[in-house]
Design a protein around this ligand. Structure first.
Ligand SMILES: C[S@@+](CC[C@H](N)C(=O)[O-])C[C@H]1O[C@@H](n2cnc3c(N)ncnc32)[C@H](O)[C@@H]1O
Ligand SMILES: [Zn+2]
Length: 203
């Protein structure tokens, strides 16, 4: 059995929100910092656990692994649950064999707060003030103002060029993002979430 490595961060109060995780040493790009641990439950069970919460309370320790599993770090969770969201993150979440890890996507200096993009999905029945409910306080110059993934804007229709023939329907060059075997969960997703209360997405 390998010896567990000493934790590379410590938890203390954060300007972003509540408690946050701060590097205690220089962490090189690509380093696997920690695993997101907690009880593994179904989406239905996660919804049940959070159903009593008011709809304007966005606080959650849930992390979506896939369509079947959600990690509830509120139960048997570790310090990874204190890593806050950032719109210009220094970490990302990586799902491997249905386990979630947090890795550095650039070199992090001691004292820097660890952050990854929660990429919380949107739903068709979201209330109009959903971005306010999930308002982001990460402080990045490029903060998008919300922890939710940006809303899809309808694609502008290309202006027909003079002499250009209309393209046949359904052949508009649609591509789907290709998934690597290891999913980079901090990257754009398809809006997966638990059916009721939201979780950070991992699929
Ligand atoms: C897993 S907890 C992170 C730890 C949290 N700061 C705490 O003290 O419990 C996730 C919750 O922290 C809050 N949070 C994290 N990042 C945030 C951000 N950038 N802006 C606003 N709230 C944030 C949200 O309430 C979110 O649901
Ligand atoms: Zn932000």
């Amino acid at each position: 059995m390998s010896t567990p490595k000493p934790q590379m961060f410590r938890v203390r109060r954060s300007r972003v929100h509540g408690l946050g995780a701060f590097a205690t040493r220089r962490i090189r790009k690509g380093t696997r910092i920690t695993e997101y641990l907690g009880e593994r439950v179904s989406h239905k069970e996660a919804d049940r656990r959070y159903e009593a919460k008011s709809s304007d309370d966005n606080h959650t320790f849930l992390f979506i692994v896939d369509r079947g599993i959600v990690i509830d770090a509120g139960v048997s969770g570790n310090d990874a649950r204190f890593i806050n969201h950032g719109c210009d993150p220094n970490c990302e979440s990586v799902t491997e064999d249905r386990r979630v890890f947090i890795e550095a996507i650039r070199t992090i200096q001691p004292g820097e707060e660890l952050k990854y993009d929660y990429s919380i999905g949107r739903a068709k029945d979201d209330p109009p003030d959903v971005d306010e409910v999930f308002a982001c306080h990460c402080g990045a110059a490029t903060c998008r103002g919300t922890m939710l993934w940006p809303a899809k804007r309808p694609k502008p229709r290309p202006k027909p060029r003079p002499n250009s023939r209309p393209k046949p329907a359904g052949r508009a060059g649609k591509t789907a993002p290709r998934r690597a075997a290891t999913r980079r969960t901090a990257t754009r997703g398809s809006g997966a979430r638990t059916t009721g209360k939201r979780a950070k997405r991992g699929a």
